[in-house]
Design a protein around this ligand. Structure first.
Ligand code: TZP
Ligand code: MG
Length: 222
């Protein structure tokens, strides 16, 4: 049931290590569910549908596909921006930016058993999200990234600041690759998120496995 699934998803939120977000531009000609399944096979343990261009009908179809896939793998599905779509497909939660619907309004619409994640770029935003009842926050872009071109990186200093002060789960995001993930973990991240490094890889499963193993071993729970 809707409530029960949500609570199970919440229970999992504390443990997740590798959050993968869709990015279809990075895999032209390959289906979203095929690529995301490879990421799940490699150890991704939370999935977000992020799609800024599709029609409502296309978005609904993709959300339904990913809902079926994530159910099969027993991991939460988060929908970026579209709270009404999250409710329609009974996703596990939503992810919102600073310019989107407010956290309070989102909570009112979703209830307490669904996950709400908020993007943050400065400690004031992180504090406000924690105080406002967000379930997790995004911290980034840590590094420059083609997925969000022109956005100023928050740098590892902000990761350190959040790690020291914020108690809800946070996920470091933006330009994270196998080559720099150790620095991000060293700065205090216990969870990381990637788009291009995973879905744009010629070995999606292998890259997801590599990243998830680095995160898990740094947490001492491989
Ligand atoms: N939010 C902050 S950075 C980012 C988002 C959605 C993009 C991350 O993409 P990539 O390809 O992992 O750098
Ligand atoms: Mg948004």
């Amino acid at each position: 049931d809707f409530e029960g699934e949500g609570r199970r998803a919440m229970g999992k939120l504390n443990d997740f290590s590798l959050y993968v977000i869709t990015g279809e531009n990075y895999h032209p000609g390959r289906a979203i569910s095929e690529v995301m399944e490879e990421a799940l096979q490699g150890g991704a343990d939370i999935v977000q549908l992020r799609d800024k261009t599709s029609s409502p009908q296309e978005l609904l179809r993709k959300a339904q596909e990913l809902k079926a896939l994530t159910r099969r793998y027993g991991v939460p599905l988060i929908i970026n921006d579209h709270i009404e779509l999250a409710i329609e497909v009974e996703a596990d939660g939503v992810h919102l930016g600073q310019e989107d619907l407010s956290l309070q309004e989102a909570r009112r619409l979703l209830g307490s058993s669904r996950i709400i994640g908020i993007s943050t770029h400065a400690i004031e935003e992180a504090r406000a999200a924690e105080l406002g009842g967000a379930d997790y926050i995004g911290v980034g872009p840590v590094y420059p990234t083609g997925t969000k071109p022109g956005v100023k990186p928050v740098t590892l200093d902000y990761v350190r600041q959040v790690a020291a002060e914020i108690t809800i789960p946070f996920v470091a995001i933006g330009g994270i690759t196998p080559g720099n993930v150790d620095d991000v973990l060293e700065a205090g991240a216990k969870r990381i998120c990637a788009v291009s490094a995973i879905v744009g890889s010629s070995d999606v499963k292998g890259t997801a496995r590599l990243l998830s193993e680095r995160v898990r071993s740094s947490r001492g729970s491989v």
